[in-house]
Ligand binder design. Structure first.
Ligand code: ATP
Length: 372
């Protein structure tokens, strides 16, 4: 249906640079999620693609055609905001039919199209109802139906589930994913909810302060973060990120976590990858809570540390482990570790930790980019 390309796109509002030198190519039929914190530029980027905003610099291409100067109507795009945009005085049928009536499609064709999308969305039995007689999830489906009926080349969905209850969100999420596969239209979905992003996307574009930080599959952004921001943003709880340096110990070079007595041996290959950055800019060491194993039997090969806090979350426990104290601020240096609930420990207990080297991440402290 459509391939979308953004080339060096810049959007400013006065002194605010909402979108910075943005480069991204979205393939035909792909489901891409724009993910990032509030104010990072997700909506602005979407509005630029829709034609509701105009870039100061750069080009936007749809199927190879530069669309910078085309009006939204000429871009063949459907934009779905939150579901409250339904017309309250029109029933479901007329709400869905509205975009077709506006472009003077014949009555019989409208009827065919409305019934087709109503069937896909499983709302055929509600066509006579007014929006006030629908649940939030049903209203959401009607709003999607109104977008689908036009069969546009591209769907742009801006936090379409923001106002839904948590359980309806999960159902609607599954529905949107199923529909997108069925219809096969290129889709961009904006959210600040990483679970939503992980579950929906073919690829996630992580955005921070108007900059595209990383574009990759959910697996890639979670397991191979390319920047400190992505590493710290993805995951609940997030990745442990601690300052570190290379130091000599017993005649060998090892990694020391700053303000702690934790020394970790590293393979020669890993050392080679991080030495220059360690000497010039400093290192940030990262490891996810699930990539540290904890035991409660003394083991000289492992790292002994004290339990600071235990957070039981049901399926797993999260332990805050105290590794040391920051010399200047006197703040504790804490590490989060995920354990099975059957691993019984209390605050103040000593446990022994093992870090999986294959799952370690290193970032340049100055450039904040990954060192690989
Ligand atoms: P949210 O998740 O809160 O919707 P977002 O990631 O979608 O945030 P944008 O709405 O794209 O962020 O905003 C990006 C930046 O541009 C923000 O700093 C915002 O304040 C600014 N901005 C957006 N629209 C305008 C506008 N019309 N005038 C001035 N500044 C704007």
């Amino acid at each position: 249906m459509a391939n979308i390309k953004l080339e060096n796109v810049v959007k400013r509002y006065g002194d605010v640079i909402a979108v910075r030198d943005f480069n991204l190519e979205i393939q035909d039929k792909e489901f891409v999620v724009f993910l990032g914190p509030s104010g990072c530029g997700k909506t602005t980027t979407l509005r630029l693609i829709a034609g509701l905003e105009h870039p100061e610099e750069g080009d936007i291409l749809i199927d190879g055609e530069r669309v910078n100067d085309l009006s939204p109507a000429d871009r063949d795009i459907a934009f779905v905001f939150q579901f409250y945009a339904l017309y309250p005085h029109l029933n479901v049928y007329d709400n869905i039919a509205f975009p077709l009536k506006a472009v003077k499609v014949s009555k019989s064709e409208i009827d065919t199209q409305v019934k087709r999308v109503a069937e896909i969305l499983q709302i055929s039995n509600m066509l006579d109802r007014k929006p006030s007689m629908l649940s939030g999830g049903e209203m959401q489906r009607v709003a999607l139906g109104r977008a689908m009926v036009r069969q546009p080349k591209v769907y742009l969905l801006d936090e379409p589930m923001a106002n839904l209850d948590a359980n309806i969100r999960v159902d609607t999420r599954a529905e949107i994913k199923r529909l997108q596969h069925e219809i096969g239209a290129t889709t961009i979905f904006v959210t600040h909810d990483q679970v939503e992003a992980m579950s929906l996307a073919d690829r996630i574009a992580v955005i921070h302060q108007g900059l595209l930080q990383q574009i990759g599959t959910p697996y890639e952004v979670y397991n191979r973060p390319e920047s400190l921001f992505v590493a710290g943003f993805m995951g609940m709880p997030t990745m442990n990120l601690l300052d570190a340096s290379l130091t000599a110990r017993d005649g060998k070079s090892v990694l020391q976590l700053s303000h702690t007595d934790v020394y970790l041996p590293l393979s020669p290959k890993r050392q080679a990858a991080i030495t220059t950055a360690a000497q010039e800019n400093g290192l940030v060491f990262g490891i996810r809570p699930e990539h540290i194993t904890a035991v409660n039997q003394s083991d000289p090969e492992k790292i002994a540390a004290e339990v600071h806090l235990v957070e039981p979350l049901g399926a797993v426990n999260i332990l805050d482990i105290r590794l040391g104290t920051h010399l200047e601020t006197q703040e504790p240096i804490l590490l989060r570790v995920r354990t099975h609930p059957s691993f019984r420990v209390g605050v103040g207990d000593t446990i022994w930790l093992d870090f999986n080297e294959a799952e370690m991440h290193f970032f340049d402290q100055k450039t904040e980019r990954v060192l690989s």
